[in-house]
Design a protein around this ligand. Structure first.
Ligand code: FES
Ligand code: FES
Length: 171
């Protein structure tokens, strides 16, 4: 499997063209059964999304597809051709964290950190739609993201901090 860049909107009959974190990639010989998670991690070197259950049940692999939180481990790569994919790496960087990433760091909302990709991506998608999300709404939205370390209280605190920032008018 090889990766090259292709122009936005360019048609490529032979390869799979995906837009990931603002870059367009053409990947050749992608098997029909390949998952988006496999492609992101193994072909594009994006290790933010984690492999947990592989069954769409733990949330560790969460990415955004056209801004909606989605489980990359059960999405066929060919099924998202032409869609806009964002991974944790595309959400923000240490030099310019997304408010949700900054809040997780500030709230020290991690022990092993394995669930954090999913928690952050799920929360960021929710707050983009609804920065006024109530505590009950946040809890409900994150209920499908599992944390084996039990840092739920800190995670909830982080998401609420991020919501407060996102609601604040720009200075
Ligand atoms: S690894 Fe995708 S939901 Fe668990
Ligand atoms: S911090 Fe370890 S799984 Fe959540």
């Amino acid at each position: 499997m090889t990766t090259t860049r292709c122009g936005a909107g360019e048609k490529n009959e032979a390869g799979l063209c995906l837009q990931v974190n603002g870059r367009v990639h053409t990947l050749d010989d992608v098997p029909r059964e390949a998952t988006l998670l496999h492609l992101l991690r193994n072909d594009l070197g994006l290790n933010g999304p984690k492999y947990g259950c592989g069954l769409g049940q733990c949330g560790a692999c969460t990415v955004h597809v056209d801004g909606i939180a989605a489980r990359a481990c059960v999405i066929p790569a060919h099924g998202v051709a032409g869609r806009t994919i964002t991974t944790l790496e595309g959400l923000g960087t240490k030099a310019n964290w997304h408010p949700v990433q900054a809040a997780f760091e500030e709230a020290q909302a991690a022990q092993c950190g394995y669930c954090l990709n999913g928690m952050v991506m799920q929360a960021a998608a929710l707050l983009a739609r609804d920065p006024n999300a109530s505590e009950a709404r946040i809890r409900s939205e994150l209920s499908g993201n599992l944390c084996r370390c039990g840092t739920h209280i800190e995670i909830l605190d982080a998401v609420q901090r991020a919501a407060t920032r996102l609601r604040a008018p720009a200075a």
